[in-house]
Design a protein around this ligand. Structure first.
Ligand SMILES: NC(=O)c1ccc[n+]([C@@H]2O[C@H](COP(=O)([O-])OP(=O)(O)OC[C@H]3O[C@@H](n4cnc5c(N)ncnc54)[C@H](O)[C@@H]3O)[C@@H](O)[C@H]2O)c1
Length: 312
């Protein structure tokens, strides 16, 4: 990707800021974020680049969004509520941020004749799949969290806008993404807990939860390398899987050696309502199209644990 004018929503977030870092090398990027979970600190280093402009805008403010769409070639739509647990207490948040927010982006693109969207979806759309690793064609899709449901609905709107108005679209269903600037998920959660209590780490679930993790650089490279290929729908993850117990032990070893790990349980041994206990993505399609990841699941977790210490 070169010499494009790109709009990135969620630019100050974890994955968004890593994506911007990569894109501004050869493109001009307008980064939007309402800073609800994103941080100015994440994009500070790009502010001096002639290839980057930041605008504090909420994607649900359709008029403001439209003003930023002038002359844009491609939209990378990453803004979302990315915290699965948040939706349990407030069932409106995923609908507002992920469904309405995506519709607002698509509508602004339509009005301003922007023709390509790249979207960050999630393995959560598969719900509790009985095929692991789960391929893109798995169905029926029955998400078990409002987060998964909202991402599936957002995907559906992207398909219908593409079909109705001739948009090019690419949808990436990410595994758990970890790495520099990461702010949520098990690693961040464990480090925060150990900072408050050095002796005991309380872990949600029974520890056997096992999922695929991908390092953020591999994720960003995948989006850029694969967008527009085949039908545009790709799982993005790694072949390995890592258990919550492994993550807890690795985090304790680094931040509070000797701390006792205590499993507090959860629904069916999962961490919380809506947590998918066992997940892994079939990435054959991404590999077939030439993408390769550099770091497998457990090494991605190990690297992210070190990164978290650097950014604190
Ligand atoms: N991190 C993961 O493991 C993972 C896995 C699968 C999918 N995803 C998806 O990747 C994307 C990025 O996730 P992340 O992990 O970087 O999370 P994040 O919370 O760090 O990033 C989301 C960003 O969107 C911004 N935002 C939220 N609502 C907004 C709104 N209405 N208007 C403008 N900005 C808004 C937030 O401030 C934040 O900067 C999300 O769409 C998420 O669902 C993440």
């Amino acid at each position: 990707m070169k010499d494009k004018r790109i709009l990135v929503t969620g630019a100050a977030g974890f994955i968004g800021s890593n994506l911007v870092e990569c894109l501004i090398k050869e493109n001009y990027v307008v980064g939007l974020d309402n800073l609800s979970s994103g941080k100015v600190k994440n994009i500070e280093e790009f502010q001096s680049s002639k290839n980057f402009t930041f605008k504090k805008i909420d994607v649900n403010d359709n008029d403001a969004l439209k003003r930023e769409m002038d002359g844009i070639d491609i939209v990378f739509h990453l803004s979302a509520n990315a915290d699965v647990r948040k939706g349990f207490d407030d069932s409106t948040v995923d609908f507002r941020e992920n469904v309405q927010g995506t519709h607002s982006v698509l509508e602004a693109m339509r009005e301003k004749d922007v023709k390509e969207i790249i979207f960050s979806s999630t393995s959560a759309v598969y719900g509790i799949a009985d095929v692991i690793p789960t391929p893109e064609l798995y169905g029926p899709l029955k998400p078990i969290s409002h987060y998964g449901a909202s991402k599936l609905a957002a995907e559906a709107f992207i398909f219908s806008f593409s079909s109705n108005y001739g948009f090019k679209s690419s949808i990436f269903r990410f595994a758990n993404v970890v790495g520099k600037k990461g702010t949520h998920g098990a690693i961040a959660d464990f480090i925060e807990k150990l900072a408050m209590n050095k002796k005991t780490l309380d872990v949600l679930g029974d520890g056997t939860q096992k999922k695929s993790y991908i390092y953020v650089d591999d994720c960003v490279n995948g989006i850029i390398a694969l967008h527009g290929k085949e039908d545009g729908l790709f799982n993005l993850g790694t072949r390995g899987r890592t258990s919550v117990t492994q993550i807890a032990e690795l985090t304790v070893a680094r931040y509070s050696p000797g701390a006792k790990i205590s499993y507090v349980g959860g629904p069916g041994g999962a961490g919380w309502v809506g947590d998918i206990k066992f997940a892994g993505l079939d990435i054959t399609k991404a590999l077939r199209n030439g993408w390769r990841y550099e770091i497998d699941s457990t090494d991605a977790v190990k690297k992210a644990i070190v990164d978290a210490g650097v950014s604190r």
